[in-house]
Design a protein around this ligand. Structure first.
Ligand code: SF4
Length: 630
């Protein structure tokens, strides 16, 4: 072991979104700096957005494109001969997939190549990589080719530099194969990167004692596998100083865009406590689930807000904390600041009161892992939730004014008619009053259950995706670092009109919003809702505008209906209404079901209309006290 420390430059290349700094860079920077390492970070995707122009950068990375396809032109710096031979195919792919904004000058392929060249040259000329010993790249979905391109050039110009990769795109065997394929990459950190990067910068030797490192030893590539994980509560608060410096050096347009739409990431967990969805590979990097304590999360939010004058945060984790989520909402609410939060959540976890807590804490947008409204499909996905859990998540979001940006995941290789029919039926019930989904076609991701067990899903053969075949020479693709696959089905399945289903839903929502513009009161904006009269309830159902219905429930019906605001089993209803004979309870529930007022799944009930006025958590508590006082 030598004592002299090395200096580190960490880079996040395009094509990340510009609304959020890289959490990986900020965490690694904080960790290494606390231990005396000289470290700088560069968020170069900000410069990329400036060079391409924000509008065109977004058209490259958002649907129908994505950050994976956006990297294609960087192929020319890594495989120049391949590029020369295949330019026509790159051009054709771009033409087929480029979405032009009407009214704006078209972003041509020639312009795309020219601006990529400009960016590439700008990075080589302006980033002070010569001052650092270790140049590290964080690699997510669309960052492999841009990182390889710059790493290759640096190594050509200064072979003494150590090039390190890390991130989900080079985890485990992917990393081993990337190292075998590209000799200008010196080593890769697989999984938690903090300690390995620190040891590399500390000149720690031998490499075989650095956990999680993938490195070369003579002709061999070795991987120091390790189950040890970092305790998130012991990490220093991430530093975004360099991100803000980078931002300040970009155009006013990008700065303004970030100030308006940007969010600061706050890591709340790594991995996923469920970790069983068959399509998901989000946890290949962190198979072991860990979360930060709520008090630590709060401390970070307060500190980051004060340091960067920021009020908008994205909680980074695949799900909410497993058990401590309510205490997190409560503590955030008690801070009494006008924060806004975005988080990803699982359905089947939160109650109506939790959603109200969330709203009061400042959650304005969430993404629930809905994926489907078909029981059959959810089983294939092994989501561990029911359709009823998905509906309740959307219902409570709508009631509380929390926008839910959820996806409908379709085109599994073993899709069946029932998957479409079940979804269509539910969509018909929900489309007039609950937010529409985004459509997301299945892509078989490296490390997912489907990729590892293709035969279980009617896959005869996994194939390279068309964009990979264009971006990489075939002999490189065969080196085993493919991240996304296409597939050939064993038995062909039908093709279902998912696009029109979602379009219809979106259209319905747009029509309703247009109609609302001319309406005076906020209650007119509600489509399917109830008002509580104390010993009766009125339900207004305007889902079918040609056939508006109003239901008035009597005292007993009201009580049963209110018991179904959160999902409840028939058994539990029986327990709550001991004095009501079973036949009477059943008759009430049947009439609710026949009139489309409740959704029923396996003897579980959920009322569908929205509350016209959501009570605050405080009001609910007071109501509870009144009800139990003698
Ligand atoms: S999709 Fe979400 S809930 Fe499912 S395993 Fe992946 S991270 Fe976990």
């Amino acid at each position: 072991m030598h004592n002299e420390k090395k200096t580190v430059l960490l880079v996040a290349m395009p094509f990340a979104g510009v609304t959020i700094p890289s959490i990986q860079l900020a965490v690694l920077e904080g960790y290494c700096r606390q231990r005396g390492i000289t470290i700088e970070t560069r968020h170069l995707y900000l410069k990329a957005a400036e060079i391409y122009g924000l509008q065109d950068y977004h058209s490259l990375i958002y649907p129908p494109n994505d950050s994976y396809t956006a990297q294609m032109v960087f192929s020319r710096y890594i495989f120049p001969e391949h590029w020369e031979k295949n330019q026509e195919r790159f051009w054709e792919y771009f033409q087929q997939h480029s979405s032009q904004n009407p009214g704006l000058p078209p972003f041509t392929f020639e312009e795309y190549v020219y601006r990529t060249d400009t960016l590439y040259q700008w990075i080589l000329d302006h980033v002070d990589w010569r001052s650092f010993d270790i140049i590290g790249f964080t690699l997510n979905y669309g960052q492999l080719l841009p990182s390889l391109a710059v790493a290759k050039k640096i190594k050509e110009l200064a072979p003494e530099k150590t090039i390190v990769f890390g991130g989900s795109r080079t985890v485990g065997t992917l990393g081993v194969n990337v190292l075998r394929a590209f000799d200008y990459v010196d080593c890769i950190v697989s999984g938690d990167g903090e300690e390995a990067l620190y040891l590399l910068a500390s000149n720690h030797e031998p490499y075989k004692s650095i956990s999680r490192l993938i490195y070369r030893n003579k002709e061999k590539v070795l991987w120091n596998k390790s189950d040890a994980v970092v305790d998130l509560n012991t990490l220093p608060i991430p530093s975004y100083d360099h991100f803000y410096q980078e931002l300040a050096s970009t155009s006013n347009h990008i700065q303004q865009y970030y100030q308006y739409y940007g969010r600061l990431p706050v890591e709340i967990s790594r991995g996923c406590w469920w970790n069983q969805c068959t399509f998901c590979n989000l946890n290949i990097q962190h198979p072991c689930y860990r979360e930060k304590s709520t008090s630590r999360i709060l401390q970070e939010i307060r500190w980051l807000s004060e340091r960067y004058r920021m009020m908008d945060f994205q909680l980074i984790g695949n799900t909410l904390p497993k058990t401590e989520y309510r205490s997190l909402f409560e503590k955030l609410k008690n801070l009494g600041r006008d924060f806004s939060f975005f988080v990803e959540a699982r359905a089947g976890q939160l109650t109506s009161e939790d959603y109200t807590f969330m709203k009061e804490a400042g959650f304005t947008m969430i993404q629930t892992g809905i994926e489907s409204f078909s029981q059959n499909y959810l089983r294939k996905m092994n989501k561990g939730v029911r359709v009823i859990d998905n509906i309740v998540a959307l219902k409570f979001c709508k009631e509380n004014g929390i926008k839910n940006n959820y996806n409908l995941l379709v085109r599994y290789p073993n899709e069946e008619p029932v998957d479409f029919e079940e979804t269509k039926k539910i969509a018909h019930q929900l489309k007039a009053y609950l937010d529409a989904p985004q459509l997301c076609e299945l892509r078989v991701m490296h490390g997912s259950h489907i990729q590892r067990h293709p035969k279980q899903f009617n896959i005869e053969q996994l194939q390279y995706s068309p964009i990979d075949v264009i971006m990489y020479p075939l002999d490189y693709l065969e080196k085993g670092f493919v991240f996304v696959y296409n597939f050939k089905q064993k038995n062909q399945t039908g093709d279902y009109p998912w696009e029109s289903l979602v379009e219809e839903w979106k259209k319905e929502q747009e029509t309703i919003q247009l109609e609302h513009k001319s309406q005076q009161t906020s209650i007119d904006h509600l489509i399917f809702y109830f008002v509580d009269g104390g010993n009766f309830i009125k339900i207004y159902d305007k889902r079918d505008r040609q056939n508006i219905k109003i239901f008035v429930l009597n005292e007993l019906e009201r009580k049963v209906f209110l018991s179904c605001v959160d999902i409840i089993s028939f058994k539990e209803l029986q327990r709550r209404f001991l004095d009501v004979p079973e036949f009477e309870l059943t008759a009430i529930l049947q009439s609710f079901e026949q009139n489309g007022l409740v959704y029923v799944e396996d003897d579980y009930y959920l009322c569908l209309p929205l509350r016209c006025r959501v009570k605050s958590v405080q009001e609910k508590k007071e109501e509870c006290l009144v009800n139990i006082s003698p």
